[in-house]
Design a protein around this ligand. Structure first.
Ligand code: SIN
Length: 282
């Protein structure tokens, strides 16, 4: 088999064919890792993975991240099973976000393995925070590079309360975390507009919520412009992995009559570095 990389859009995303994730040589993994840095989100179709296979593939990317408040599968605690039953509204990830921005060391990558999917709908969308930063005016780039975001897993928010039944460890949710709005990717060194919507990114450090929110909304609207996005259409056996350091993602809630089951693993990340930290170090 020969590894083939097919872009998913003009900006981000690629489908990789010609490999079996259960038997990946070191050189194949290096090629996949290079593609991950180049395209930010990858998908692999028709993979036949047991939970142990998925965990073994995840470990090649780094240490598996224990979610602060979601429980994993009883026999495989590294894997969080995301289940939406037919007739239920999808509440997990159905808004633009980057994983665990509310912790000091947000997840580097997230991996989803599709177990059961609707015949149509239930795609995951991605938006490039690198393209979003690049498209800002010079004046806005200069202002954004001085801002830090304040991020909180708000246990009292209506969305969080609705999620309560899916969050058994909810009381141990993480403390607030601040991050540079312009985050430098630790591997590609590219700047990204690192922001989440409400309720997670509540305000900019040193500013009020009233002052911050119009700007946060502007950045989110800008970052999710269609030309900065791609989507994965899932089928059973598709594995997707994405780079939370430079992407937003969103689960689409457009399949009311069907069940969807995904196995999710997150990979540990580093403390965030801002564009100013990098300039100061040079
Ligand atoms: C997530 O936000 O991690 C879940 C995405 C999805 O279910 O498509």
């Amino acid at each position: 088999m020969t590894l083939k990389i097919t872009p998913l859009s003009g900006t981000i995303g690629a489908e990789i064919s010609g490999i079996d994730l259960r038997n990946l040589s070191n050189s194949e993994f290096d090629a996949v890792h290079r593609a991950f840095l180049d395209h930010a989100v990858l998908c692999f179709r028709d993979q036949d993975l047991t939970p142990d296979d998925q965990i073994a593939f995840a470990r090649r990317w780094g240490e598996i991240h224990d979610h602060p408040y979601l429980n994993g599968l009883p026999d495989h605690p590294e894997i969080i099973e995301i289940v939406k039953e037919a007739g239920e509204r999808n509440r997990f990830g159905a808004y633009w976000h980057t994983d665990q921005i509310f912790t000091p060391t947000p997840a580097m990558a997230t991996m989803l393995y599709a177990k059961e999917v609707p015949p149509v709908g239930g795609d995951t969308m991605f938006a490039s925070l690198t393209s979003a930063y690049d498209a800002l005016s010079d004046g806005m780039k200069a202002m954004a590079s001085r801002l830090r975001t304040f991020n909180l897993y708000d246990k009292q928010s209506p969305r969080s309360k609705r999620m309560a039944e899916k969050i058994p460890n909810r009381e141990t949710a993480a403390e607030p975390a601040t991050h540079p709005l312009v985050r430098i990717h630790p591997e590609t060194k590219k700047p990204a507009l690192y922001v989440n919507g409400m309720p997670t990114t509540t305000h900019f450090v040193g500013m009020t919520q009233d002052e911050s929110q119009p700007l946060i909304r502007h950045f989110l609207k800008h970052a999710t412009r269609p030309e900065f996005t791609c989507r994965i259409r899932w089928s059973p056996g598709t594995l997707g992995i994405w780079d939370n350091r430079c992407l937003l993602h969103m689960a689409l809630d457009d399949y009311p009559d069907y069940r969807r089951v995904m196995h999710r693993i997150t990979i540990k990340g580093d403390a965030t570095i801002g564009i100013h930290d990098l300039e100061a170090a040079e």
